[in-house]
Write a protein that binds this ligand. Structure first.
Ligand SMILES: [Zn+2]
Length: 155
Protein backbone atom coordinates (compact mmCIF):
# COMPACT_ATOMS: atom_id res chain seq x y z
CA UNK A 1 0.00 0.00 0.00
CA UNK A 2 1.12 3.52 -0.74
CA UNK A 3 -0.19 6.44 1.22
CA UNK A 4 0.26 10.18 0.86
CA UNK A 5 -1.08 13.38 2.39
CA UNK A 6 -1.98 16.03 -0.16
CA UNK A 7 -0.04 18.78 1.62
CA UNK A 8 3.14 16.70 1.48
CA UNK A 9 3.24 16.80 -2.34
CA UNK A 10 4.77 19.93 -3.88
CA UNK A 11 2.61 22.02 -6.20
CA UNK A 12 3.64 22.44 -9.85
CA UNK A 13 3.90 25.63 -11.88
CA UNK A 14 1.04 26.08 -14.32
CA UNK A 15 -2.39 27.53 -14.95
CA UNK A 16 -3.79 26.36 -11.59
CA UNK A 17 -3.11 27.94 -8.19
CA UNK A 18 -2.38 24.45 -6.87
CA UNK A 19 -1.59 21.28 -8.82
CA UNK A 20 -0.24 18.44 -6.76
CA UNK A 21 0.76 15.45 -8.90
CA UNK A 22 -0.12 12.30 -6.98
CA UNK A 23 0.78 9.71 -9.61
CA UNK A 24 4.41 9.25 -8.63
CA UNK A 25 3.75 10.00 -4.96
CA UNK A 26 1.51 6.92 -4.92
CA UNK A 27 3.66 4.90 -7.34
CA UNK A 28 0.60 4.57 -9.56
CA UNK A 29 1.32 2.39 -12.57
CA UNK A 30 -1.80 2.60 -14.74
CA UNK A 31 -3.42 5.94 -14.02
CA UNK A 32 -2.46 9.57 -13.66
CA UNK A 33 -3.88 11.46 -10.69
CA UNK A 34 -3.68 15.17 -9.91
CA UNK A 35 -5.16 17.28 -7.10
CA UNK A 36 -6.14 20.81 -8.11
CA UNK A 37 -7.22 24.05 -6.55
CA UNK A 38 -8.31 26.75 -8.97
CA UNK A 39 -8.49 30.37 -7.88
CA UNK A 40 -11.09 32.42 -9.77
CA UNK A 41 -9.86 32.69 -13.38
CA UNK A 42 -7.54 29.67 -13.13
CA UNK A 43 -7.69 26.60 -15.35
CA UNK A 44 -6.73 22.94 -15.07
CA UNK A 45 -5.03 23.11 -18.45
CA UNK A 46 -2.70 25.35 -20.45
CA UNK A 47 -5.35 25.57 -23.18
CA UNK A 48 -8.07 23.79 -25.09
CA UNK A 49 -6.60 20.35 -25.56
CA UNK A 50 -6.96 16.66 -26.20
CA UNK A 51 -4.85 13.71 -25.06
CA UNK A 52 -4.57 11.23 -27.91
CA UNK A 53 -4.62 8.03 -25.87
CA UNK A 54 -5.98 8.95 -22.44
CA UNK A 55 -9.47 9.34 -21.04
CA UNK A 56 -9.86 11.95 -18.31
CA UNK A 57 -12.29 12.11 -15.39
CA UNK A 58 -12.75 15.19 -13.21
CA UNK A 59 -14.37 15.19 -9.79
CA UNK A 60 -15.37 18.65 -8.61
CA UNK A 61 -15.33 18.61 -4.83
CA UNK A 62 -16.17 22.28 -4.34
CA UNK A 63 -16.74 25.33 -6.49
CA UNK A 64 -17.96 25.40 -10.09
CA UNK A 65 -15.96 24.56 -13.22
CA UNK A 66 -16.94 25.74 -16.69
CA UNK A 67 -15.66 23.31 -19.31
CA UNK A 68 -15.27 24.32 -22.90
CA UNK A 69 -16.08 21.16 -24.84
CA UNK A 70 -16.66 20.08 -28.41
CA UNK A 71 -20.40 20.35 -27.66
CA UNK A 72 -20.23 23.85 -26.17
CA UNK A 73 -19.92 24.94 -22.55
CA UNK A 74 -20.67 22.65 -19.64
CA UNK A 75 -21.03 24.10 -16.14
CA UNK A 76 -20.03 21.43 -13.63
CA UNK A 77 -20.99 21.93 -10.00
CA UNK A 78 -19.54 20.49 -6.82
CA UNK A 79 -20.25 16.79 -6.27
CA UNK A 80 -20.36 16.17 -10.02
CA UNK A 81 -18.06 14.07 -12.22
CA UNK A 82 -17.32 14.54 -15.91
CA UNK A 83 -15.47 12.23 -18.28
CA UNK A 84 -13.74 13.02 -21.56
CA UNK A 85 -12.81 10.32 -24.05
CA UNK A 86 -9.33 9.98 -25.54
CA UNK A 87 -8.98 12.54 -28.32
CA UNK A 88 -11.86 14.70 -27.04
CA UNK A 89 -11.06 18.42 -26.72
CA UNK A 90 -11.79 20.25 -23.46
CA UNK A 91 -10.64 22.88 -21.01
CA UNK A 92 -11.99 23.54 -17.52
CA UNK A 93 -11.86 27.08 -16.11
CA UNK A 94 -13.02 28.53 -12.79
CA UNK A 95 -15.31 31.37 -13.86
CA UNK A 96 -16.91 31.60 -10.41
CA UNK A 97 -16.00 33.59 -7.31
CA UNK A 98 -15.33 30.54 -5.16
CA UNK A 99 -12.11 28.52 -5.14
CA UNK A 100 -12.42 25.17 -6.92
CA UNK A 101 -11.11 21.96 -5.37
CA UNK A 102 -11.01 19.04 -7.79
CA UNK A 103 -9.36 15.75 -8.69
CA UNK A 104 -8.36 14.76 -12.21
CA UNK A 105 -7.84 11.12 -13.14
CA UNK A 106 -6.36 9.97 -16.43
CA UNK A 107 -5.96 6.46 -17.78
CA UNK A 108 -3.81 4.98 -19.03
CA UNK A 109 -1.07 6.84 -17.19
CA UNK A 110 0.69 7.94 -20.38
CA UNK A 111 -1.53 10.42 -22.20
CA UNK A 112 -0.02 10.08 -25.66
CA UNK A 113 0.33 13.16 -27.84
CA UNK A 114 -1.01 16.38 -26.37
CA UNK A 115 -2.82 18.57 -28.89
CA UNK A 116 -2.91 22.00 -27.25
CA UNK A 117 -4.69 25.01 -28.81
CA UNK A 118 -4.55 28.64 -27.68
CA UNK A 119 -5.63 31.98 -29.10
CA UNK A 120 -2.64 33.63 -30.81
CA UNK A 121 -2.97 37.40 -31.17
CA UNK A 122 -0.29 37.41 -33.83
CA UNK A 123 -2.02 34.81 -35.99
CA UNK A 124 -5.49 36.11 -35.14
CA UNK A 125 -6.85 32.64 -34.45
CA UNK A 126 -6.55 29.61 -32.23
CA UNK A 127 -3.42 27.71 -33.15
CA UNK A 128 -1.42 24.66 -32.02
CA UNK A 129 0.82 25.54 -29.06
CA UNK A 130 3.66 23.96 -27.16
CA UNK A 131 4.65 24.40 -23.50
CA UNK A 132 8.21 25.54 -22.87
CA UNK A 133 10.41 26.86 -20.10
CA UNK A 134 10.30 30.65 -19.90
CA UNK A 135 13.35 32.29 -21.55
CA UNK A 136 14.34 33.83 -18.19
CA UNK A 137 14.15 30.40 -16.58
CA UNK A 138 11.26 31.40 -14.31
CA UNK A 139 8.06 29.48 -14.92
CA UNK A 140 6.60 28.27 -18.19
CA UNK A 141 5.33 29.83 -21.40
CA UNK A 142 3.05 28.66 -24.17
CA UNK A 143 4.32 29.26 -27.69
CA UNK A 144 2.38 29.34 -30.98
CA UNK A 145 3.73 26.61 -33.23
CA UNK A 146 2.67 28.54 -36.35
CA UNK A 147 4.45 31.86 -35.71
CA UNK A 148 6.59 31.39 -32.57
CA UNK A 149 4.81 34.09 -30.54
CA UNK A 150 4.33 33.66 -26.80
CA UNK A 151 0.65 33.20 -26.00
CA UNK A 152 0.82 32.83 -22.22
CA UNK A 153 3.05 32.96 -19.15
CA UNK A 154 2.66 30.77 -16.07
CA UNK A 155 4.52 31.21 -12.80
ZN1 LIG B 1 0.79 32.56 -33.91
Amino acid sequence: MERVRIDDVDSRTGPAAVKRPLTDALDATDLALNYYELAPGDSFAFGYHAHADQEEVFYVESGTVTFETEDGEAVVESDEFVRFAPGEYQRGVNRGDERVVALALGAPKESGDLDLRRDCENCGERTPNSIERAPDGEGLVTVCEDCGAETGQFD
